[in-house]
Design a protein around this ligand. Structure first.
Ligand SMILES: C[C@](O)(C(=O)O)[C@H](CC(=O)O)C(=O)O
Ligand SMILES: [Mg+2]
Length: 297
């Protein structure tokens, strides 16, 4: 009721332990706090907070327009409604290395279990768009060092994302990832890989946990959880999937209302009032209320 009962430090510890187990952790992107509860209820391992979704939610493209404050606030709203660990997309860290450190501290305070910081130039853009660019080695490494030095909870997971594959090729991207790990990254997110062979190449080159981005309509192919497990991946994110599903359903629903003059034919595709109340945990609130106000003389 009200908020999750698990503390942020317990979520971080649990995330670390789950990662150490070696099984693939599945993190769908929550497009709001309520959807984080659904992700938890279905039994997933964690919740992802996507920069693309956060921007789209504001009606903006994913081209580095959102601020650290907006991302931290929204990520905190999502993280506190679930007992699952939440991993957030911190883009380039929102500035110079000192800003990156401050971003990480803000995310810790907001209850996140970890974040990823990428090596794109500012302003960044969606990793699956053409025309993106990456910073030089020293700048990329300083960002990760700042994130690692900035965190106060050693369990807060710092994931280094590299966008280098699409810019300078696979081998250089692997070299970049190795350097990011040497700089202190706990895990690596190789962005926009072309296919399974490239995931395998990253796995062979690195010992740290690897994150696979299964975003739709992007540069790569959609691999199953089993394929990703076989490739030695440790975390998979489905960043925009729920938003795309929800918006697809909303669009079809609006068309149906326009065409038929009523939403009556859509009821079987809707979350029912009972299911919504269940997810919101209405019974606990009634109980709480009764305990406070119910007294007899
Ligand atoms: C993972 C990602 O950074 C995100 O913001 O969710 C995006 C996803 C997308 O735009 O499909 C990305 O750059 O891959
Ligand atoms: Mg992003």
């Amino acid at each position: 009721m009200l908020y999750a009962t698990t503390t942020a430090s317990d979520k971080r510890r649990a995330f670390r332990e789950a990662l150490a187990s070696g099984r693939l952790l599945r993190l769908p992107g929550a497009f709001n706090p309520l959807s984080a509860r659904l992700i938890e209820a279905k039994g997933f391992d964690g919740v992802y907070v996507s920069g693309a979704v956060l921007s789209a939610d504001l009606g903006l493209p994913d081209i580095g327009l959102t601020t650290a404050t907006e991302v931290t606030t929204r990520a905190g709203q999502i993280a506190r409604m679930t007992n699952l660990p939440a991993l957030v997309d911190a883009d380039t860290g929102f500035g110079e290395p000192m800003n990156v450190a401050r971003t990480v501290q803000g995310l810790e305070d907001a209850g996140l279990a970890g974040c990823h910081i990428e090596d794109q130039v500012n302003p960044k853009r969606c990793g699956h768009l053409d025309g993106k660019d990456v910073v030089d080695d020293e700048t990329a490494l300083r960002r990760i060092r700042a994130a690692v030095d900035g965190r106060r909870d050693p369990d807060f997971l710092v994931v280094a994302r590299t966008d280098a594959r699409a810019v300078v090729g696979l081998d250089a991207a692997i070299d970049r990832a190795r350097a990011l790990v040497d700089a202190g990254a706990d895990a690596v997110f190789p962005e926009a890989l072309a296919g399974p062979e490239e995931f395998a190449a990253f796995r062979a080159a690195l010992d740290v946990p690897l994150l696979a981005n299964m975003t739709e309509f992007g540069k790569g192919t959609l691999l199953t959880a089993q394929q990703l497990t076989d490739l030695g991946m440790n975390i998979v994110i489905y960043p925009v999937t729920l938003l795309r599903l929800a918006m697809g359903a909303a669009s079809a629903g609006l068309d149906e209302i326009l065409a038929s003059g009523t939403q009556a034919g859509l009821l079987d595709r809707m979350q029912t009032r009972a299911d919504l109340y269940d997810l919101l945990d209405y019974p606990s609130y009634s109980h709480f209320d009764e305990d406070v106000f119910n007294f007899r003389l």
